[in-house]
Design a protein around this ligand. Structure first.
Ligand code: SAM
Length: 272
């Protein structure tokens, strides 16, 4: 019997589930057009982009230049607060030193990588855990040691099973408020070896489903009537998912998805 390698099967599943993404993979380039003058990709006066541009720690990192404005926008409120961060993906260790420098004294940085060589960059306030980010059991063991994180940055393997398993395991265990950021999430559109789920589902599918889940209180016209009543006058409690009750926003950037955690209650609309 002919046996297909798993990656070919999962790529086929991805193509069947996302025919338009699979079709739109060619980009047209006009080789005669003049590119516009380059705009700054991030603000070089802000500390994280400055750190990257001046990078001299000796440990390199690989980043898209436009990510730094995104980091500042979501991480700045957590500076100087002794936060706990989990970063998935150590590589040479350059980024975890940047986080320690940025979040300041008292912060605790835990990094996860599948490559045992990464253990070498651990030091007193940086812990390294070696294991597979697609393995929920391993992730729960990490969480048991770190406690609930305030910030999670997934810059690991970028495959679908990895991003989905890490999000599903770590997100519900986080502190509120908090930020869960997935880098290089464009891999949902790659197919090929990034597409490794048997049903072809991607991290984007998971994130789009989260957009629906965010509307647990507001999703019906009947709810609209209830939510026009002042909260103190409402009867009973509408049951929503933990995700809905603890998520304020999901923000999509080019290649980055950000989930902002915040304790929420039933919304209220009113004419004044
Ligand atoms: C993009 S690099 C991380 C870069 C680093 N954060 C930086 O900014 O320089 C990705 C890392 O993810 C790790 N990785 C790949 N697959 C993984 C997996 N299944 N679980 C944990 N780490 C993984 C790789 O070993 C690699 O070090």
């Amino acid at each position: 019997m002919l046996r297909w390698p798993r990656r070919r099967l999962t790529d086929l599943a991805w193509r069947l589930r996302h025919p338009r993404w699979a079709r739109d993979r060619t980009q047209s380039l006009d080789p005669t057009a003049t590119p516009p003058p380059p705009l700054p990709q991030s603000d070089p006066t802000q500390p994280l982009y400055r750190y990257f541009l001046d990078q001299r720690s000796g440990l390199s990192m690989h980043k898209w230049h436009h990510y730094f404005d995104i980091y500042e926008r979501h991480f700045a409120p957590f500076r100087g607060r002794g936060i706990s961060m989990i970063e998935i993906g150590v590589h040479r260790g350059g980024s975890l030193r940047m986080w320690r420098d940025y979040f300041g004294p008292g912060c605790r940085i835990a990094d996860i990588d599948i490559d045992p060589a990464c253990a070498a960059v651990a030091d007193e306030d940086i812990s390294i855990f070696i294991g597979d980010q697609a393995d929920p059991k391993f992730l729960r063991e990490v969480l048991a040691q770190t406690g609930p994180p305030d910030i999670v940055l997934d810059d690991g393997g970028h495959d679908m099973r990895q991003q989905i398993a890490s999000f599903e395991t770590i997100y519900p265990a986080m502190r509120t408020p908090g930020v869960y950021m997935v880098e290089d999430a464009v891999s949902s559109l790659y197919g090929d070896s990034s597409a490794d789920t048997l049903d072809g589902s991607t991290f984007f599918d998971r994130a789009f489903a989260c957009c629906v889940a965010l509307h647990g209180w507001t999703r019906t016209t009947r709810a609209f009537r209830r939510l026009g009543t002042p909260p103190a006058e409402r009867k009973g409690v509408v049951q929503v998912s933990n995700f809905c009750a603890s998520t304020n926003a999901i923000t999509f950037y080019d290649s980055v998805v950000v989930f902002e955690r915040k304790a929420r209650q039933e919304p209220w609309h009113e004419v004044r």
